[in-house]
Design a protein around this ligand. Structure first.
Ligand SMILES: NC(=O)c1ccc[n+]([C@@H]2O[C@H](COP(=O)([O-])OP(=O)(O)OC[C@H]3O[C@@H](n4cnc5c(N)ncnc54)[C@H](OP(=O)(O)O)[C@@H]3O)[C@@H](O)[C@H]2O)c1
Length: 163
């Protein structure tokens, strides 16, 4: 099974602040939905709660927490990243999507083989970051989009594969 990370990060690698995203980019939300559709999405408990504790529809939602009694509707709760991978594998998925946040990205980096990175063309204040060591990754695809009336920042959809 392929393990992919999907993330949007500023030029200074910020991805969030106060448990919220840092921008509203409708095309990136569309890209996220298309890319993750019908696949298992794995997220940390804080990211899940930042979305109002609501499962993303059309996808198996797997929430990671250390809490043994954590409960939420329409999601699978696990206590480790390994268990999240196990659950997705058991369901015979070909690709698993790691959708954040910072803590989960950091721990999943060593097991991921693909990164969908939306690089947002700004330097912005954040409290959560996504860092990748580009020497281990090869840029396969980059598609740049300019600022427009719906997008305050320019952004580039990048696909990276592990070398
Ligand atoms: N820009 C983007 O693409 C993007 C995507 C997603 C999220 N975000 C942002 O990222 C921020 C949230 O990230 P975060 O780093 O604060 O939190 P997070 O990674 O979403 O969740 C952290 C929580 O996950 C659980 N956890 C982490 N490692 C674990 C392990 N090894 N075993 C079991 N449970 C584990 C813990 O839950 P318990 O405390 O319950 O044990 C921990 O508190 C928000 O600002 C959000 O908006 C940005």
């Amino acid at each position: 099974m392929n393990i992919s990370i999907i993330v949007a990060a500023s030029k200074n690698n910020a991805i969030g602040k106060n448990n919220q995203l840092l921008w509203h980019l409708p095309n990136d939300m569309k890209f996220f939905k298309q890319t993750t559709w019908a696949l298992p999405v794995v997220m940390g408990r804080k990211t899940f709660e930042s979305m109002g504790s609501k499962a993303l529809n059309g996808r198996l939602n797997i929430i990671i927490t250390k809490q043994k009694d954590y409960k939420a509707d329409s999601v699978v709760v696990v206590n480790s990243i390994e268990d999240a991978v196990f659950v997705a594998h058991e369901h015979s998925y070909k690709e698993l999507m790691i959708i954040g946040g910072g803590e989960i990205y950091k721990q999943a980096m060593s097991i991921a083989n693909k990164i969908y990175l939306t690089r947002v063309d700004t330097i912005i204040d954040g409290d959560t970051f996504f860092e990748m060591d580009e020497t281990h990754w090869e840029l396969m695809f980059a598609d740049k989009h300019p600022v427009d009336e719906k997008h305050k920042f320019a952004y580039t959809f990048e696909t990276w594969l592990r070398k």
